[in-house]
Design a protein around this ligand. Structure first.
Ligand code: RIB
Length: 310
């Protein structure tokens, strides 16, 4: 089968991670376990997830001219990802994320975005030919919101499909929504971007339908071990998560969005694509680190095969 082609525009970070029995309260110090350094950043994680899931991937981002930036680019190139549209910024440092992972695999993250906040509309202009040639474009919000909005406009003008993972949650210009084919928030992000309190499934549906009315094609709300809820103008359905022992959920949402992009680019229905992405994310949470945890295509296929035979 011909490999699908995915362009990811977004962030790259170095993740500095400590495992801890629990998250500290304000003012409290907690003794943690070993320290680990991984390649991360929502955009770069999604690019690695898409590449390992079987697509030919290009990544357009921005890193500093420093050791972290060098490692980030090398890591992406080792995955076979085209980084020719990623800029090395002479003035801004590479992005860094400080991460705590607790005993249940949940995480808390603070990001020093650095060069990610330099991702520019000029970089989008340079990507136009690529945008025209790929099957799907995937982006997030760990970069200037104006750049994301300009990307959405450009993708729309090129007649291509866009997946927006609205993470970390920040206000999204109204003009963006009609240009988004699939929106992939988690519950926290859905609450933040809709500006509504979410306590029940009805609240989720109501918030998601608000985005459909604004022109979004479909909303897929990821809910960790609960699975995910997909809402389109015609129907809505739950997809169960894999029964996995979560060790580290960092990057699970990125894994989901990256795998979803690949499955949609291959022409699968949204229902099948969501199953594919759910299987990928279910594997990723059983492993440590963001990019190292992304599963390969044969692993996703074998989980899906196993589910068919159950
Ligand atoms: O989504 C997980 C990612 O968020 C981490 O890799 C970290 O870098 C932050 O961007």
């Amino acid at each position: 089968m011909k490999r699908s082609r995915v362009l990811v525009v977004g962030s790259s970070n170095t993740d500095l991670v400590v495992q801890a029995p629990r998250f500290p309260r304000p003012g409290e110090s907690v003794m943690g376990g070993v320290f680990a350094r991984f390649q991360g950043g929502k955009g770069a994680n999604q690019a690695v997830a898409a590449a390992r899931a079987g697509a030919e991937v290009a990544f357009a981002g921005r890193v500093g001219n420093d050791e972290f930036g060098e490692s980030a680019l090398n890591g992406l190139m080792q995955e076979g990802i085209d980084t020719s549209l990623t800029v090395r910024d002479e003035n801004l440092a590479s992005g860094v994320a400080l991460i705590i992972v607790d005993a249940s695999g949940e995480n808390e993250i603070v990001v020093a975005a650095g060069a990610n906040m330099g991702i520019s509309t000029g970089q989008v202009d340079q990507a136009v030919e690529l945008i025209k040639s790929v099957d799907i474009i995937l982006t997030q919000l760990e970069m200037p919101i104006e750049t994301m909005a300009y990307l959405a406009e450009t993708v729309d003008h090129c007649g291509k499909s866009l997946i927006l993972n609205p993470a970390p949650a920040s206000p999204i210009p109204e003009s963006v929504f009609p240009r988004v084919d699939v929106l992939t928030p988690n519950l926290v992000e859905l609450e933040a971007i809709s500006g509504t309190r979410i306590e029940t499934v009805e609240d989720i549906e109501k918030a998601a339908r608000g985005f459909l009315r604004k022109g979004v094609g479909a909303v897929v709300i990821t809910q960790g071990r609960e699975g995910c809820l997909t809402i389109t103008p015609e129907e809505s359905w739950w997809t169960q998560a894999l029964p996995a022992d979560a060790r580290d959920t960092v990057g699970a949402g990125d894994c989901f969005s990256g795998a979803l992009a690949v499955a949609l680019a291959e022409g699968r229905s949204l229902k099948k694509a969501v199953c594919f992405a759910t299987a990928a994310a279910g594997i990723s949470v059983t492993r440590l680190g963001a990019q190292p945890s992304m599963p390969y295509r044969h692993e996703i296929d074998s989980v899906l095969e196993g589910m068919k035979n159950e």
